[in-house]
Write a protein that binds this ligand. Structure first.
Ligand code: FAD
Length: 312
C-alpha cells in the first residue's frame, strides 16, 4: 500500500455547478514557483488519503489546471465525479466529501505538453480550434483566461472553443466564456441530450458532431473560415476529454488533412516524419483513441489522410 500523503494544500472554495461537476480552488502551502508559474494546458496531480477506509491507502490523479498563470494564489480545477470508476479507491469520491478548509495533497511541479507553446508555438497565427468534452474544457479555460488577464484580448479571436456536454447545466464556465466571446473568442456549445432539455434552442449532438461531413461546411462558415477553410494551413486542432471525442474528431477530420501529433497514430497512418502535426490531444481515460490494430479502421483513415496531404 502506498504510504499516506502529507497534505500541503487547502481547499479554499468549491463551486458545485451540478451534483457531478464542481470547480475546486486550492491554495498550496508553498506558492507555485516559476516564471511563468505554468503554461496554460498543463496539469498538476491531486491526492488524498482514504481516511474512512485506511486499508485502501491513498490515491493520486492528474488534473488539468483551469486557472491562469496570472492568478498566483489559488489553483483551480474543473472536476467530474466519476459515478462508475475503474479503481476501488477513486479520487473523485474522496474529493466529493470535501468542503472549504479541508486539506489535500497537490504536486508542486506542473507537467504536460498540451500547450499551444509546445504544440505549435505561441506565434503561430492559425486559429486554434479547441474541442472539449465535459471537464476537458479546463485547459482551454486556462488558455483564454490567461490571454484576457494578461491584457491580450486581441489574441482571443485566434481561439475557438467548441464545448460539448450532456445537458445545458453541464456547460461549465458558460458566462465567463460568453463574456470572452464578446471580446473575440469563437465559442460554440452543444448538448447531446436535447430531448431531456426541451427549452434548449442551441446546437445538439456530441461536440465531435460539428465535424460530421454534412455539418463541416456550416462550421467553416461559423468560424469565419469560408468554404472548406478548416484545414491545417489555417487551423490547429486541440482536443481534450475522453477517447470517443478524440477518436471521432481525428477520424472525421482526416479528409481535411489534419495530422495527429501522437507517435503511435502517425506510425499506423504512415505519416512521413517531416510532416508537421496539426492535431493535438490530451486524453483523460486510457482506451486507445483509435484501434491501430484494426485494418478496417486504419486503412480508410490512412487513405483519406494521404489523399488530403497530396491535394494540399
Ligand atoms: C493529464 C490529465 C488531466 C486530467 N484532468 C482532469 C480534469 O481537469 N478534470 C477531470 O474531471 N478529470 C481529469 N482527468 C481525469 C482524472 O485524472 C481521473 O482519471 C478522474 O478524476 C477519475 O479518477 P477517479 O480516481 O475518481 O476514478 P478511477 O477509478 O481512476 O476511474 C477512471 C475512469 O474514470 C473515467 N473518467 C476519467 N476522467 C473522467 C472525466 N473527466 N469525465 C468522465 N469520466 C472520466 C474514465 O472512464 C476512466 O477510465 C485528467 C486525466 C489526465 C491524464
Amino acid at each position: 500500500m502506498p504510504k499516506p500523503l502529507t497534505y500541503n494544500a487547502t481547499l479554499v472554495e468549491r463551486i458545485d455547478t451540478t451534483p457531478q461537476l464542481a470547480v475546486f480552488k486550492f491554495r498550496p502551502d508553498e506558492p507555485l514557483a516559476g516564471d511563468p508559474l505554468f503554461v496554460p494546458g498543463q496539469y498538476l496531480t491531486l491526492g488524498m488519503n482514504n481516511e474512512a477506509k485506511p486499508e485502501l491507502g491513498s490515491v493520486l490523479r492528474p488534473m488539468s489546471i483551469a486557472s491562469a498563470p496570472e492568478e498566483p494564489d489559488v489553483v483551480e480545477f474543473y472536476i467530474r465525479y466519476v459515478a462508475w470508476p475503474e479503481s476501488d479507491n477513486p479520487l473523485t469520491h474522496l474529493l466529493w466529501e470535501t468542503k472549504a478548509g479541508d486539506r489535500l495533497f497537490m504536486t508542486s511541479k506542473v507537467k504536460g505538453h498540451f500547450t499551444v507553446q509546445h504544440a505549435i508555438g505561441d506565434d503561430d497565427p492559425r486559429l486554434k480550434v479547441c474541442v472539449a468534452a465535459g471537464t476537458g474544457l479546463a485547459p482551454f479555460v486556462s488558455m483564454v483566461r490567461s490571454l484576457h488577464l494578461s491584457g491580450r484580448d486581441d489574441g482571443l479571436s485566434q481561439y475557438a472553443i467548441l464545448h460539448g456536454a450532456s445537458y445545458p447545466a453541464d456547460l461549465g464556465y458558460r458566462e465567463e466564456l460568453d463574456a470572452l466571446a464578446r471580446r473575440g473568442l469563437h465559442y460554440m456549445v452543444s448538448i447531446s441530450r436535447p430531448k431531456e432539455s426541451p427549452e434548449w434552442q442551441g446546437d445538439a449532438g456530441r461536440v465531435e458532431d460539428y465535424f460530421l461531413a454534412d455539418r463541416l461546411p456550416e462550421l467553416d462558415e461559423r468560424l469565419g473560415l469560408g468554404a472548406g477553410g478548416l484545414r491545417p494551413d489555417r487551423v490547429a486542432i486541440f482536443i481534450c476529454g475522453l477517447q470517443g471525442t478524440i477518436g471521432q474528431t481525428i477520424t472525421r477530420l482526416a479528409h481535411r488533412g489534419f495530422v495527429p501529433d501522437n507517435r503511435k497514430l502517425r506510425r499506423a497512418l504512415e505519416v512521413p516524419d517531416d510532416m508537421p502535426a496539426s492535431l493535438f490531444f490530451e486524453q483523460y481515460d486510457t482506451t486507445p483513441v483509435i484501434d491501430v490494430n484494426d485494418p478496417a479502421v486504419v486503412e480508410p483513415l490512412r487513405d483519406q489522410l494521404r489523399a488530403a496531404l497530396v491535394e494540399a
